[in-house]
Ligand binder design. Structure first.
Ligand SMILES: CC(C)(COP(=O)(O)OP(=O)(O)OC[C@H]1O[C@@H](n2cnc3c(N)ncnc32)[C@H](O)[C@@H]1O)[C@@H](O)C(=O)NCCC(=O)NCCS
Ligand SMILES: Nc1ncnc2c1ncn2[C@@H]1O[C@H](COP(=O)(O)OP(=O)(O)OP(=O)(O)O)[C@@H](O)[C@H]1O
Length: 198
């Protein structure tokens, strides 16, 4: 059975999910990453992207994700088309990997950025990586080099981070420096180990 020991790891764009995923791995936790799976599927879908959106979104044998991202976040119908194509495939792959992880009978994380937006995952527990919106925007702009306007458009395409915080079982606060984040992650792992102790 899939998702038995799964905990959803989620948050907003650039609130620090990947950074937390790396710290969790350093603390011995296993993490399935939906973004990585989505990139692998997109890499196998070059012809579909060419036929659906045009050859300007393909660079050699790879999809130009930066360009495709700029397009879909400004064109809701195209975003829907991409999501309707990718999401079932992403979900199927996550389910497969989740079944494997459940064999260990120990909790693991599934990093799903849109966990609360798409309630298709039968996962009860969740942990939200939280930063207030002003820090989220600052880190997003700094990391991606997008304009403030483009960054705000992408942030607005998701459920507000404060609402996700309300829905979470646990919260990892990433509003301070990396040392603080490391502490937050260690405390979270201790909590999980305590709860799931056999
Ligand atoms: C638009 C694409 C090509 C941009 O690729 P890029 O490498 O620039 O971004 P990446 O995939 O690493 O996503 C970065 C973050 O953007 C956010 N994001 C991505 N897709 C979406 C979406 N459809 N809606 C809202 N936010 C999204 C997430 O917070 C994600 O963590 C890519 O994100 C994509 O194919 N998205 C559709 C699939 C999807 O919904 N993925 C997110 C959940 S698995
Ligand atoms: N505590 C912190 N202090 C300063 N910078 C940080 C901190 N945590 C994360 N960052 C930086 O903020 C940016 C966003 O973090 P990260 O890539 O982990 O977010 P994400 O939630 O995985 O993003 P996405 O939704 O786009 O996949 C990165 O450049 C990262 O190095």
């Amino acid at each position: 059975m899939a998702y038995e020991y799964a905990i959803a790891l989620t948050g907003g764009i650039a609130t620090g999910k990947s950074t937390v995923a790396s710290l969790l791995a350093l603390n011995g936790m296993r993490v399935i990453d939906a973004d990585t799976i989505s990139h692998e599927i997109l890499d196998d879908s070059v012809e579909w992207v060419r036929e659906t959106f045009g050859s300007e979104y393909v660079n050699g044998t790879k999809v130009d994700r930066t360009k495709l991202g700029s397009y879909i976040f400004s064109h809701p119908a195209a975003k829907k088309t991409l999501e309707e194509y990718l999401h079932p495939k992403i979900q199927a792959e996550i389910q497969k990997r989740s079944e494997k992880q459940d064999e260990f009978q120990f909790p693991y994380l599934i990093d799903i950025p849109l966990f609360f937006e798409n309630s298709n995952y039968p996962i009860k527990e969740s942990v939200v990586v939280y930063t207030p919106e002003d820090i989220q925007l600052e880190r997003f702009v700094k990391r991606n080099g997008y304009s403030k306007e483009e960054s705000l458009k992408r942030i607005a395409s998701q459920m507000p981070i404060d609402k996700k915080k309300e829905k979470a079982t646990w919260i990892i606060d990433n509003s301070k420096n990396l040392k603080h984040l490391q502490n937050e992650v260690e405390q979270f792992v201790e909590k999980i180990k305590e709860i799931y102790k056999k």
